[in-house]
Design a protein around this ligand. Sequence first.
Ligand SMILES: *[C@@H]1O[C@H](CO)[C@@H](O)[C@H](O)[C@H]1NC(C)=O
Ligand SMILES: *[C@@H]1O[C@H](CO)[C@@H](O)[C@H](O)[C@H]1NC(C)=O
Length: 272
Amino acid sequence: MFKNLTKLACCLGLVNGAFVVCSQNVHSQDRLQHYNFLSENELHNLLKKHENLSILNRNQTEHILSLMREANTDIVSFRKNADRLIRILMEQALAQLQKKNSVKQSPLGFYTANEVKFSDEEICIVSILRSGNAFLNEGLRVIQGASIGQILIQRNEETSMPKYFFEKLPENIHEQQIILVDPMLGTGGSASMALKILQNYGVKEENIMFLTLVSCEQGLSKVFKEHPNIKIITAQVDPILIKEINYLAPGIGDFGDRYFGTVKKHTRGLQV
Ligand SMILES: *[C@@H]1O[C@H](CO)[C@@H](O)[C@H](O)[C@H]1NC(C)=O
Ligand SMILES: *[C@@H]1O[C@H](CO)[C@@H](O)[C@H](O)[C@H]1NC(C)=O
């Protein structure tokens, strides 16, 4: 398996686009694949299957995500575009929170205001470490007074299974609206683990919104099966979860390594 991983990583490191054959001594089966995105119809069916799923308007996001996906994108551009997309997700999360009506006055007259019912302090952004922390920059711009919770779950490099390490959450978290964040939803293992921890703290599923940049059907199904009452907002749904390594494809590689600048030089964001 590790041999395959290294090969895959080498391929990613050496090419600028799909269909380019990898370097010396690889066989034709090692050609990089061209992955097709889900069709409008497939997306429609996915939304029908999962009532509590929202997918951002592709017209608004595909340009930004495309820049992030590209193996050649440098860290400055990667961060900039990740932040842009995270900002859109954050605004979308606020848009889905309960609203309250009141009459307010503009410089010219009165209007019926329809604003988020909760104050910043009633909202907690819970980050699944390490990559979830990438949401804090923009998250705190939009909701400056939010509390921050953190749950450290890491992938066991041997088994690819999520492993729990620790959590630090506000004491009153069961009274708050939770925005749980993790940029990638693959198998759904880490998200499920984080959701169970939140439940142990008395948080109701109805009060949880999970934000993720790129997800896949398998992960969405697992999380919704175990936690049907949460809401999930994703920017895009990728067609493939590569089994042996639990990476989304075409995906964006290892988000954490690319956002935090810890990519090993020759691997271009795909951890080996
Ligand atoms: C996206 O853009 C296409 C082409 O301009 C348009 O036909 C489609 O309605 C847009 N989709 C949404 C959801 O806005
Ligand atoms: C979606 O979530 C709401 C509560 O947040 C719940 O009442 C509803 O049953 C959920 N839908 C499904 C299909 O589980």
